[in-house]
Design a protein around this ligand. Structure first.
Ligand code: KG4
Ligand code: ZN
Length: 327
């Protein structure tokens, strides 16, 4: 079974071909260099760049996979959630292509696709507890089996973890996207330089990152007012450590409570080395720890095709009326 996956929910135009779940091609046209100058994703520009890039990206994915368009059994496309103008480009292209080939189109949820990324190169023993940490989401799910019906156990009440990385990076004068910039800046920094307490919401496992972000902002403002230099490495290291500790401890706590056999770490923030290390250490001896390689953590279409494969197996198809949804 050959599935073409298409992803345009944010700032990557991506297409991938999977055959029986195995990646034959995985093409990503990143818009980061364009959005960098605005310090974050500029939605209208994102839509316009998707329009410009999608034809070539899909063509390249098909060519690199060594297949012909007619070999495609179904087209899977991210239909929600994301930037609406960006999503519409992929949805419209995907269903038009499927229609012209006489093949079915499959609507994919971007968050479920991030979890599916963990299954591209790994077998997972269920039940699993999965943390999806990205620029738009920070949620923990109980997964009883692959593909669907995930139960939400915890979510962020305000900023997503990746959003906090991006905002703190901006405060420190570092480039967008903030995650990789902070990871780099934190090397050699002192994790105890800026004490950041763990945030706990009474009677809940939910996250809150806006307080951590504000603490960094206030600290930097104070130093600037005093005319003192900003210890970027120390602040980056302290922030990164605090976020990694919060995410990893909450994930393990919920895995214990739900008698999980595996813990899954996914989404763009899962590319963070300290977070990967922190979860690996806490999971050791108790859970199988599954984390995709970094290229499958940040937005890509292989994970979209992977998730579409589960829907294909369950006969879950969309039709030509398929629309996108920001939520
Ligand atoms: O999954 P993703 O590519 O797009 C969304 O669905 O949002 O995640 C993007 C987010 C950005 O906020 C980015 O700063 C963060 O993932 N990110 C990282 C790292 N690489 C990307 N955060 C921490 N450390 C990283 N190495
Ligand atoms: Zn994503």
């Amino acid at each position: 079974m050959i599935i073409l996956g298409i992803e345009t929910s944010c700032d990557e135009t991506a297409a991938a071909v999977l055959k029986d779940g195995v990646v034959l091609s995985n093409i990503i046209a990143s818009q980061i260099d364009t959005h960098k100058q605005y310090g974050g994703v500029y939605p209208e520009i994102a839509s316009r760049l998707h329009i410009e890039n999608i034809r070539g990206v899909v063509q390249q994915a098909v060519e690199e996979a060594g297949i012909a368009y007619q070999d495609i059994d179904a087209v899977g496309v991210t239909a929600m959630p994301g930037l609406i103008g960006a999503l519409l480009v992929g949805v419209n292209f995907g269903k038009s292509l499927a229609f012209s080939l006489g093949k079915p189109v499959i609507a994919v949820n971007h968050v479920e696709a991030h979890i599916a990324a963990a299954l591209i190169e790994n077998g997972v023993e269920f039940p699993a507890v999965a943390l999806v940490a990205s620029g738009g989401h920070t949620s923990i799910y109980l997964c009883e089996h692959e593909g669907a019906d995930y139960e939400l156990l915890a979510k962020t009440r305000d900023d997503a973890a990746g959003e906090a990385f991006d905002k703190v990076a901006r405060t420190l004068g570092l480039d967008y996207p903030g995650g990789p910039s902070i990871q780099k800046a934190a090397v050699g920094g002192d994790i105890n330089a800026l004490p950041i307490p763990q945030v706990r919401i009474e009677g809940s496992h939910d996250f809150s990152f806006s307080g951590i972000k504000t603490k960094v902002l206030n600290h930097v403002n104070k130093l600037e007012q005093q005319g003192q230099p900003i210890p970027v490495a120390d602040i980056a290291a302290s922030f990164q450590h605090a976020v990694a500790e919060t995410l990893s401890s909450r994930l393990i706590e919920l895995a214990e409570q739900h008698y999980a056999r595996s813990v899954i770490l996914c989404g763009g923030v899962a590319a963070n080395e300290l977070l990967r290390k922190s979860v690996a250490e806490k999971a050791a001896g108790a859970f199988n720890f599954i984390v995709p390689q970094p290229i499958y953590c940040t937005d890509n279409a292989a994970m979209v095709a992977k998730q579409a494969g589960y829907h294909f197996a369950n006969d879950e198809f969309a039709d030509i009326s398929l629309n996108a949804s920001s939520r």
